[in-house]
Design a protein around this ligand. Sequence first.
Ligand code: CMC
Length: 430
Amino acid sequence: MSDTVTIIDNRTGKQVECPVIKGTYGPPVIDTNALYKELGMFTFDPGYASTASCRSAITYLDGEQGILQYRGYPIEQLAEHSNFLEVCYLLINGELPNKVQLDDWENSIKLYGMTHEHLSRFYNGYRYDAHPMSIMAGVVGAVASYYHDVTDIWDADSRLMTAKRVIGKIPSIASRCYRYEAGFPFVYPDNSRGYIENFMNMMFSRPSEKYQPSAIAIRALDLLFILHADHEQNASTSTVRMAGSAETNPFACIAAGIATLWGKAHGGANEAVILMLEEIAEPKNIQKFVNRAKDKNDPFRLMGFGHRVYKNHDPRATIIRQACHDLLDEMHLNLPMFEIAMELERIALEDDYFIERKLYPNVDFYSGLIYQALGIPSNMFTVMFTLARSAGWIAQWIELMEDKEFRIARPRQIYIGSEKRDFVPMDQRA
Ligand code: CMC
């Protein structure tokens, strides 16, 4: 049996043999590259539901089985045994580091933690109540201006240095988005602290008092960052790759990814979940919201439910759900919102509407609850996601730049507009 699929144009009898590509796992993929040349036809796949946009060796996920692996390592094992910076190394370099490599990696990320002093002035251009994701997109885009001439996107060392810059600088940039709105002075990185602890210090410390985050809080944030670090070709990662394919500056690519992540169908869902739980306010109102989510005439959706790929369970959600329980227990916190979330989850999971459509709680249903328990304001939740996902974005950008099949991404369309018509002078228009 040949590894091809024959596509026949029944109108003309013309046919084309399309090679079938197999990855390590996952469904076989029909290579339709020759379709236009041979048959003069495009493929149409709204939302890319059946389209593989690239070959990638970084992350594998199986939505039916609820599997997520970074470079082959199951997310459950990384969550239990690794830490965020080690995961960054893995995503970018392809292998787990040995002790020397990890020490070297951590030190070099620290070296790149500072940002140019002038960058701090960019924040002043924003309204006092600007959404921090708007600030993130703008300021990260602005970083491109500091490294434009010195970044050679075709040089492997330069790409690796860019990755270190992104991972090193993003905590400082993110913390400043919060402090700008809160009216607190900016805090510089403190290299005597670990990556997560340093970020928390830049977020929460005050000039007037000493600050030391608890080990529980550091571990909870580290876990969330591991789980959010990469998720193959989602909307924001595809945006980063799309921008990168035009050979643009990598910081500008990341800024484009941030803009996409902000949307509430994507990374913005973690903030939307908390806003929804606040609106529900009391367990007695839950059914009303579930009914609204099921009503076709109401655009409301249950935030934190459903996923394009996971149709069984989101493995990140399973880990985070347990972590959320553990954290609240350890911190002796009694969040009323957590009770509402658990009850909402129970009601939705027993409802035929959600069962038939395979709508399960996703990672964002629980992540906001952890962020809230850690004292992070809800409008910063998607910024937290950005911090973690920057690792995946830059790993994917590097893979794109090293791809032998590198070409500018240029989808086609089905034109449904007017047929050709002549320009109408103003005095003859209706
Ligand atoms: N609440 C109620 N109904 C829903 C929901 C929901 N959250 N999600 C999907 N549906 C329904 C939808 O109305 C449709 O029903 P029908 O078949 O009767 O028309 C069916 O389920 C399939 O939905 P879809 O819009 O075709 O699914 P999609 O794959 O295009 O969208 C999604 C995936 C995540 C955008 C969507 O489930 C959603 O909007 N969820 C809420 C937002 C959310 O939690 N997003 C975070 C995703 S995880 C974090 C990340 O990776 O970014």
